[in-house]
Write a protein that binds this ligand. Sequence first.
Ligand SMILES: C[S@@+](CC[C@H](N)C(=O)[O-])C[C@H]1O[C@@H](n2cnc3c(N)ncnc32)[C@H](O)[C@@H]1O
Length: 260
Amino acid sequence: MKVFKIKEIKIFYDEKLDGGGTTFGQLYVPIVRKLIGKSKTCFEAFSGPAFIGFSLLANNLCEELVVADINPEAINYVKLTVSENNLSRKVRYYIADVLDGIPESERFDLVVGNPPHFNEFTISKYCHECSSIEMLKTYDAGWELHKRFYESIHKFLNNGANIILVENSEGSNEKDFIEFIQKGRLEYVNTIHPTLNDIIEALYINIRGLNLNFGISKVIKNLPYSIYRLAFLIGFRIYEPAIKNVSFYSKFYFIWSRYR
Ligand SMILES: C[S@@+](CC[C@H](N)C(=O)[O-])C[C@H]1O[C@@H](n2cnc3c(N)ncnc32)[C@H](O)[C@@H]1O
């Protein structure tokens, strides 16, 4: 079992359940802070161990959090995180097939999610012989999961609620989803590409969250954010791991819609 620590919250998980929530998923923190600010009830769909939702909560961008995933193992880790951090008054969790399994009484103000990113035409860019857990994390045949999500999410939304899903430009293009959004009684607002500042902040959350207490990681982990950011801005064009990280994080885009 591993622990990813964000401010005061320790998130428990198994590495095989991490679908990017510890890395590019942390781009949500600067993006939500800039675009939306604080919301009352946040929902993380396709949550896995809920790295994104717990991070929004730890960063004071949500008052309460609801999470759901089809994989009971992931929800068991969420349960552990809730009990170990005394969060039972702020966090609710469900095993759900997309949204089937979420009580009709739930209402959300902000929905985030890192769904499977590849369909039958693009999955080969990710892997050829995926294990079953990799398939569960990455494969959405015919975009059926996206379709079902956008078709029903309005039933759980307060007026003015924002929905921001993260997608991978190697697996899709925003045009794949705009029709589903409109059919789901939502208004497409924009597609957000992370800025260099967003990437630096997400990398900082990642490095501080992981228990890396050796070599340069230990030094970096203990730097204040302002110094880390400055060092990154000076060094990222010549330091190979930084260049690779910026190019990896830049593949992800955020598709923003709203319920009116
Ligand atoms: C890309 S992973 C994201 C996991 C985690 N949110 C993160 O960011 O690391 C996609 C998640 O979708 C979940 N999933 C796949 N099919 C699903 C379905 N039909 N209903 C709900 N969740 C599903 C998987 O179990 C997995 O946790």
